[in-house]
Design a protein around this ligand. Structure first.
Ligand SMILES: NC(=O)c1ccc[n+]([C@@H]2O[C@H](COP(=O)([O-])OP(=O)(O)OC[C@H]3O[C@@H](n4cnc5c(N)ncnc54)[C@H](OP(=O)(O)O)[C@@H]3O)[C@@H](O)[C@H]2O)c1
Length: 182
């Protein structure tokens, strides 16, 4: 299929790139001419991405680990576009959730987003340009009558991005949230 957009000369970084939506975003950006950096947790997924899409950079990092993520992403320079796609869906209601379930959702869906944005948007602010996208699932509660911990994290994620938008927009960096649902 012919790419509908031209990202030639742009450096794009996608988190959660190994599977699902993230993997497809990598493919689309690569087909549109971007130089793509794929960030994910499983090495075999990254290796197969590199084999399928020659020329892409791969970065192995567990976004649930703050320092590991910072170290890995600090090496990524001149990123024009970040797609904060990595996320986990661990459904559990607020009334029944265990601490582990809350941590599992929060560490990646909220804390991971803050961490990635901190490293990469800081560099965008210095360069006075860049775009950050966040994939969220804010409208999940329309379908899930009991409020789940996962959707609380997603709402927080979207709110955070709105706040980033207000702040970063003044610096030449643009922030967008895309809410998907199931
Ligand atoms: N699919 C849907 O219907 C749907 C609906 C609403 C919103 N969303 C949102 O869309 C995004 C992608 O969803 P998806 O369904 O495509 O997910 P997916 O198929 O489960 O893939 C998630 C990817 O993120 C990676 N990942 C997860 N935790 C990570 C971590 N701690 N560090 C680094 N990489 C990590 C996974 O790597 P490993 O496999 O190695 O863990 C995997 O490559 C998520 O933010 C999700 O909330 C999806």
């Amino acid at each position: 299929m012919t790419a509908r957009f031209d990202f030639s000369g742009k450096n794009a970084l996608v988190t959660g790139a190994g599977k699902g939506i993230g993997r497809d975003i990598v493919k689309d950006l690569w087909q549109a001419g971007a130089k793509v950096t794929a960030v994910s947790r499983t090495q075999s997924d990254l290796d197969s991405l590199q084999a399928e899409y020659p020329g892409i950079n791969i970065v192995k990092a567990d976004l649930g680990k703050w320092k590991e993520t910072q170290t890995a992403l600090t090496k990524c320079h001149d990123i024009d576009l970040v797609v904060n796609n990595a996320g986990v869906f661990r459904p559990s209601t607020v009334l029944e959730s265990t601490e582990d379930a809350v941590d599992g959702n929060f560490d990646i869906n909220v804390k991971g987003l803050i961490n990635v944005t901190q490293v990469l948007a800081k560099k965008m602010v210095e360069r006075k340009k860049g775009k950050c996208f966040s994939i969220s699932n804010i409208i999940q509660d329309i379908f899930y009558v009991t409020i789940s911990v996962n959707s609380c994290c997603s709402i927080k994620k979207s709110t955070m991005h709105y706040k980033y938008f207000n702040y970063l927009n003044k610096t030449g960096t643009n922030v967008f949230t895309i809410s998907t649902t199931i």
